[in-house]
Design a protein around this ligand. Structure first.
Ligand SMILES: *Cc1c(COP(=O)(O)O)cnc(C)c1O
Length: 405
């Protein structure tokens, strides 16, 4: 019965071009990466534009060395959860460094390290979203924020993408004693920004807090790479900031930076923190090395390179997408979506690029709204301008030109 049911569901997925298949990587995360084809068969080396390794640190020699050194010093595993015996000096040091990074933007900031961003988001929303709270959630929030809101006991209100008038209406109408606005800073499938200065003004006017997921901003935005708050020079105790460490930081995990009283509450009540084994200390040790790179000259150079690549790509895509009748997202970040619309068309485009040695993911519902299937191009500082030019040339060769009328 179960198997028949699932086989039917799989057939339906196939019919709608929604089946997902994993590819196996045979080499480290890098622009040129060896992967198996979708059926797990033959291996190809592809020029890849779909990782979130925005600064190109995932395969950086200094981080590999730090991970090895961390393992030598602290072992392979942590052995227990943080509150039992798994909290190591490596975790503790990392949290101290992150707290110092956020001190200018969040008064009395403390930081708490989590194994993944998914868990950090679930933890914040469930630990703070008590029964008397209301969560005001942006429509395009990441799946982990959506799941956190589902699990929280709080009432959940949703506002349309970047629609501050609608959000204000909801805040005005709310009688909840604890109002929590929940948003991505940079939207993961679109690359555009939440209007953060306006959000903060609303939060101040209506005594609300802002749970801010900066997964795609941390490391990349700001003079020192501290993320969107540094970038926009915003300071407020109302920010409950979540940064992930598996994207620009190149390793794994995530952290929450917020007023120390909030962090203390998470340590004591967040089930996603308490009831799971602490991640390997070596990972935290490597992350401290990553923070040093991000804030230093090398980080600055890598961010400048990324900006140059974003500019080159967007200039080239503007004409191309117009000719093809596609839509280029309003994005100034490393996430550049080319919205094609149809699932089959997006998959065909991705396959045509692959035949030319280039890997770009086709993103389909339910990850994005129905009718907005897209190529999601992501850039890394380890790409060269020549890599981007090769992508543009390849896209130009597969563009379905609209008939001249
Ligand atoms: C990737 C991502 C997460 C999840 O982080 P992981 O560390 O990969 O679990 C959360 N929020 C956003 C916006 C993301 O893009």
């Amino acid at each position: 019965m179960l198997l028949e049911h699932l086989t039917l569901a799989a057939a339906e997925r196939d019919e709608k071009a929604l089946t997902r298949r994993r590819r196996t990587a045979y080499s480290a995360c890098a622009p040129q990466q060896a992967v198996s084809d979708a059926c797990g068969g033959e291996m190809h080396s592809l020029l890849t534009f779909c990782s979130n390794d925005y600064l190109g640190l995932a395969n950086h020699p200094a981080l590999i060395a730090a991970m090895a050194e961390g393992a030598r010093q602290f072992g392979a595993g942590s052995g227990a959860s943080h509150l039992v015996s798994g909290h190591s000096l490596a975790h503790h040091r990392l949290e101290g460094e992150l707290a110092a990074w956020f001190a200018p933007n969040i008064p009395h900031a403390a930081a708490l390290y989590f194994s993944t961003g998914y868990m950090a988001n679930m933890a914040v929303l469930t630990a703070l979203g008590s029964a008397d709270a209301t969560l005001f959630c942006e429509a395009l929030n990441h799946a982990s924020l959506i799941d956190g809101a589902r699990l929280a006991r709080a009432e959940v209100r949703r506002y349309a993408h970047r629609n501050m008038a609608e959000l204000e209406g909801l805040l005005v109408a709310s009688t909840s004693p604890l109002k929590l606005i929940v948003t991505d800073s940079v939207f993961s499938m679109d690359g555009d920004f939440a209007p953060l200065a306006e959000l903060l003004a609303l939060a101040e006017r209506h005594d609300a807090w802002i749970i801010l997921d900066d997964a795609h901003g941390f490391g990349v935005l700001g003079e020192q790479g501290h993320g969107v708050l540094e970038h926009l020079a915003l300071t407020s105790p109302r920010f409950i900031y979540i940064g992930t460490l598996g994207k620009a930081a190149g390793v794994a995990g995530a952290f929450v930076a917020a007023h120390e009283t909030i962090i203390d509450h998470l340590v004591n009540t967040a089930r996603q923190y308490i009831y799971t084994t602490a991640s390997p200390p070596a990972v935290a040790h490597a992350l401290s090395a990553s923070l040093a790179l991000i804030a230093g000259d090398e980080g600055r150079q890598r961010r400048a390179q990324l900006d140059k690549l974003i500019h080159t790509l967007r200039s080239g895509l503007a004409g191309l997408t117009r000719a093809a009748g596609w839509r280029l997202g309003e994005s100034s970040t490393a996430i550049q979506p080319v919205i094609v619309g149809d699932n089959v068309a997006a998959l065909a485009l991705s396959a045509a690029l692959e035949a030319d040695g280039i890997r770009v993911g086709a993103i389909r519902p339910p990850t994005v709204p129905v009718g907005t299937a897209r190529l999601r191009i992501t850039l890394s500082a380890s790409h060269t301008v020549a890599d981007v030019e090769r992508l543009l040339a390849s896209l130009a060769s597969v563009v379905p030109r609209k008939e001249a009328s």
